[in-house]
Structure formats: C-alpha cells, structure tokens
Write a protein that binds this ligand. Structure first.
Ligand code: ZN
Length: 258
C-alpha cells in the first residue's frame, strides 16, 4: 500500500554503464514479477540510421523500431527483443536508451544552436552540454501498479491504483498531443489508471469526468516518480537574459549534432 519513491541521485554517466551494457533507470517486470534492467546494446550501422531517417506514422513508432534493432538482449529475459516488448518499456527507459546510444555512437558532447524566444531579441545562441551531465531519476521499486492517495476538494482521500506510462501509451496519445493536450491526458490516464476509490474510471468518458484536482494529482505523481533522464535544458539568453529553457530533442539529435 505504500508509494515507492524514486530519487534523483545519478547522472547519465554513473547510472551503471559498462561499455554497451546499460542499466535502465526503470526496467521491465517479467511474468513472475522479477525486474530486468540490464540491457546490451548493439553497435549501430547505416541501416539503423536509415530507420532514424525513415517515415513512420509517429515519432513513438520510429523510436520503437529503432530501439528494437539497437537492443541486442536484456539480461535474464527469456525471449528475443521485439517491438511489443520495447512498447511496454517505460517512457523514461526509452529516452535513456536513446541518450546512451547517442553518447556511444556520436559522443558525449552536444552542441546546438537555439534561437532566443524573446521577440525583440531573437538572437541565435550556442548551447553546449555533456550528456553525462544530465540527471537521471532512478526508480527504486518497479511495480505493476502503484497505490497513490488522491485528495478531493473536501479533503477526503481516494486511493488510486495506477501504473507508470509506457511507449505504447505514448503512441496511443500521440495524435492528440498537439491538437489537444487535455484530451491526450484523458486518454493517457484512462490507460494508466486501474481504479480510484469512489469513482468509475473504466472508460475514457469516465476519466474525462474526474475532478480536475484529482487529474492534476495523477499528473504530479507521474512527474515526480517516473524514472528517466531530465531532458530540460535550463538556460538564459546571454544577450537579453530571457528564459530559453527547452526540452532536448532526443530523436533529432542523432542527426543534428555529430
Ligand atoms: Zn535573447
């Protein structure tokens, strides 16, 4: 009944890397509830690069296809790595593998040119950082479901049973992400939430009707506990001092900053 805690303690560099053996910040549970998190990565070839440049229905599907090729094996996992397994990986684990592959194949150093968002400035700014400096949140306890206490307007507690979002969840909400992030959240929560005391959550329609206060608490839980690298690059414009914080683009960076 307790809520396992994640913690931010490690960077990409010291999060358990031995050559091409990589320890996922989350991992995958097998049918017996055993956690598997050590992954061996293949050396990439031109064929992999072509997958990265190819046309896919969504960015999520492209990442799945790419990672399915890149993962040679997972320690203790009895079956071959296929797209279905990669789809069940937590979003942060997928992000982490993309980062590690970029570090292995292209290098640790990232150089990007970003334009200041302030309209009266709009100057180009060079951004440089090391992938090994990005913080990675490790998940202490990987569980099929987490029990999260949600509090309603009257201060009454409702225990929610939910899981952390996966690549398959991301693929399912992808068509809605740009057009309506609220609808994307509804679909995501409908997939993630197994139950909430005092509420029906079986359908998307029922999840849409949940009080905003409860939905926000679900989002906060995921934001605080889902494992993976922190991809937010915090910078201020050196010309005008304006905030230029942005999210590092994991898919594009293989091609852009060699
Ligand atoms: Zn500026």
């Amino acid at each position: 009944m307790s809520t396992p805690l994640a913690h931010i303690a490690e960077s990409v560099n010291d999060a358990g890397v031995h050559g091409r053996r990589v320890t996922l910040p989350g991992g995958i549970l097998d049918a017996h509830g055993n956690r598997h998190r050590v992954v061996e990565l293949r050396e990439l070839t031109g064929a992999d690069e072509e997958v990265l440049c190819g046309q896919f229905e969504s960015a999520t599907q492209q990442v799945t296809a790419f990672l399915t090729r890149a993962i040679a094996r997972m320690e203790g996992w009895p079956a071959p790595i296929d797209a279905r397994l990669v789809d069940t990986m937590l979003i942060g684990d997928r992000d982490y593998l993309l980062l590690r592959l970029r570090q292995l194949e292209v290098g640790d150093h990232v150089h990007e040119v970003v334009r200041c968002r302030a309209r009266d400035c709009a100057k180009k700014v060079d951004v440089e950082f090391l992938i090994s400096e990005l913080p990675v949140r490790q998940l202490e306890v990987l569980s099929e479901h987490y029990v999260v206490p949600l509090t309603d307007e009257q201060g009454v507690r409702h225990l929610a049973k939910l899981r952390l979002p996966t690549g398959a969840d991301l693929a399912a909400v992808a068509p809605l992400l740009e057009s309506n992030p609220g609808a994307a959240n509804t679909r995501l929560y409908a997939r993630m939430v197994q139950s909430i005391e005092g509420f029906d959550t079986a359908s998307e329609e029922q999840v849409r009707g949940l009080p905003m206060r409860l939905r926000t608490q679900i989002g906060t839980f995921v934001g605080r506990h889902a494992p993976g690298p922190d991809l937010q690059i915090d910078i201020a414009c050196p010309h005008c001092g304006g905030d230029m914080t942005y999210a590092f683009d994991l898919r594009g960076f293989f091609l852009s900053s060699a």
